[in-house]
Design a protein around this ligand. Structure first.
Ligand code: XIL
Length: 371
């Protein structure tokens, strides 16, 4: 095995291009390699992960890996409405501030997730949200939260998961408490308030379910592109789209042409793209660990290649760094109750084939000017 230096990575060393497992860095040999962020940086991108606050406080080994592999972090929960604004007149930033402190200490950039979502809404909000009060509640929340982190965040997920064509609303918008109270203009208000409060943080619309050539995802991509076109036409200050990329290793409807056309259509509107929550669930695969790891890695790579081919893609974050903790074990339990293996590191914090897939995908991607 030839050793691969950072200089070779930066030069885009062809050694990592191979899909041949023997030629790619493996869990046992890659300990001395650069972290994923270095691979991303070599092409002008970034790599990061979501961090759960329990890990932040209790798992030093995990957090050391976050420093080693990442250039950016996002909180799994602690910036969400129910966390930072638990009662009408109380804002609570302690948990979020803990992540900020760590990020400063370790030179990590931070993305804010998320200002407006139909989940993580505290009871008081669901009760008080009305056509009469809605705009005041929304703008007060955004002004206060965005002001608290002003000049310290790289991105804000301004709105999260606003599209759901199955709800049959005009424009494919989701039937959320926000849509009910304010109509579609809640999206404009959110972007405008965020822009006015911290103009320096990239303003992102974050969405899931745009990954596969399935009829409902085709509808979702169409509705998303229509919404983006209408926001741009009305000069709503959106700057980027977040693709969550919660993938399913058993899904065969992955069409690279469809994906590449989709990201290029977003880019053609002058919008950037961030892969915000990458993970690959294996709950529909047989138990064997080696074959699960191969399938997860191959699936991630097959999705990443046509996406990273678009130079408007700024970087990738995974929703957790190690299989030690993943929301997928709550959300999509395996029938055999085995823990899933959806992330770049295994539960012992060793690099897996999914790590190789990410490193290789960065090496294969065309270079771009860093954001
Ligand atoms: C999830 C967290 O991972 C869970 O721990 C939490 O209970 C619920 O939210 N899309 C998103 C994320 O935008 O905020 C979600 O995070 C995962 C799906």
């Amino acid at each position: 095995m030839t050793s691969i230096t950072r200089r070779m990575v930066i030069a885009g060393g062809a050694a990592l291009l191979s899909h041949d497992v023997a030629a790619a860095p493996t869990a046992s040999t890659s300990a001395s390699f650069s972290g994923l962020h270095t691979y991303a940086l070599s092409k002008g991108m970034f790599f990061g992960t979501a961090v759960d606050n329990a890990l932040l406080h209790n798992d030093a080994a995990y957090m050391a890996k976050v420093s080693e592999e990442c250039g950016m972090v996002v909180a799994e929960a602690s910036f969400k409405w129910d966390q930072v604004h638990p009662t009408p007149d109380k804002f609570a930033f302690e948990q979020a501030d803990d992540l900020m402190t760590l990020a400063v200490r370790r030179h990590l950039r931070v993305r804010g997730h998320t200002l407006v979502w139909h989940e993580a809404m505290p009871d008081w909000l669901l009760k008080e949200l009305s056509p009469a009060e809605g705009e005041d509640i929304l703008t007060k929340h955004i002004r206060t939260v965005v002001q608290h982190f002003r000049n310290r965040l790289t991105h804000w997920d301004v709105v999260n998961e606003v599209i759901n064509p199955e709800d049959n609303n005009p424009g494919g918008l989701r039937t959320s408490p926000w849509l009910k109270a304010l109509g579609p203009r809640y999206i404009d208000i959110a972007f405008e308030t965020c822009a006015a409060t911290d103009p320096g943080a990239l303003r992102v619309l974050n969405e899931y379910g745009t990954d596969y050539a399935l009829p409902w995802e085709e509808k979702k991509r169409g509705a998303l592109l229509d919404l983006l076109a209408s926001l741009k036409a009305r000069n709503v200050p959106i700057q980027a789209v977040g693709l969550q990329a919660h993938l399913d290793a058993s899904q065969v409807a992955l069409d690279q042409k469809v994906l590449n056309n989709f990201v290029n259509s977003i880019a053609a509107m002058g919008l950037s793209i961030v892969v915000t929550e990458l993970d690959v669930r294996d709950n529909n695969l047989p138990a064997d660990i080696a074959s699960r790891d191969i399938a997860v890695a191959a699936h991630a790579r097959a999705w990443l290649d046509p996406v990273l081919a678009c130079p408007m893609v700024l970087g990738v974050l995974s929703w957790g760094l190690s299989d030690r903790r993943s929301w997928l074990n709550d959300m999509y339990k395996r029938a055999d109750s085995l823990p899933q293996r959806p992330l770049p590191l295994d539960a012992d914090l060793r690099r897996k084939k999914m790590w190789d897939a990410l490193a290789d995908a960065f090496v294969s991607a065309p270079p771009r000017t860093p954001a």
